[in-house]
Design a protein around this ligand. Structure first.
Ligand code: MG
Length: 182
């Protein structure tokens, strides 16, 4: 499975469990328009508390993020990887866990030919969610997605899991409500 970073060794997990799929920009970190410089990244309020709450719920936490900035030549895949390793480390330091990151670097109008294509992994396609479910010990029942755009909701629907539209503000309060109703 390409375009994946799983710093916590989730492939070794023995028991199948549901997953909280999280969009990255506008959910975990502020969407400042293709954020990619670590020194400029800002976590949303309540992000670490939300991650701990999801960890405690027994779910894996997997990021699914469109990164057309790669296709647009704004930054490279190594930068995406570095940011994800940094995010995982920040979470770990706060006693929280992000199990893995999947990203899609493709776009139909890419500058670079090797990134110029439509991809079922790019949301609203369900490809990244399906990849997680197919290649790791994760189960659909009890899984859900949190995103900040309609394309996130469409990807969740196509994957057959609930989608929750996060409008900003406190992520932990938002997650608490979802888990209460689950
Ligand atoms: Mg987003």
């Amino acid at each position: 499975m390409k375009h994946l970073c799983y710093p916590q060794g989730m492939e070794m997990t023995a028991n199948s469990r549901p997953c909280a799929f999280l969009d990255r920009d506008g959910v975990l970190i502020e969407d400042t328009g293709h954020p990619h410089r670590i020194e400029e990244v800002c976590w949303v309020p309540g992000a670490m508390e939300a991650l701990r709450r999801l960890n405690d719920s027994g779910r894996a936490v997997c990021v699914v993020t469109n990164q057309s900035g790669v296709a647009r030549g704004m930054y490279d895949e190594a930068s995406v990887g570095r940011l994800h390793v940094w995010m995982a480390g920040q979470a770990r330091a706060a006693g929280a866990r992000i199990d893995g990151f999947a990203y899609c670097p493709f776009h139909e109008a890419a500058e670079e030919p090797r990134y110029r294509r439509s991809s079922p992994r790019r949301k609203p396609g369900p490809g990244m969610i399906e990849d997680w479910l197919a290649h790791f010990p994760l189960i659909r029942a009890g899984s859900f997605l949190i995103g900040d755009r309609q394309t996130d909701m469409d990807a969740a629907e196509a994957a057959g899991i609930p989608g929750h539209l996060f409008a900003g503000d406190d992520l932990d309060a938002f997650v608490a409500k979802i888990l209460e109703a689950a």
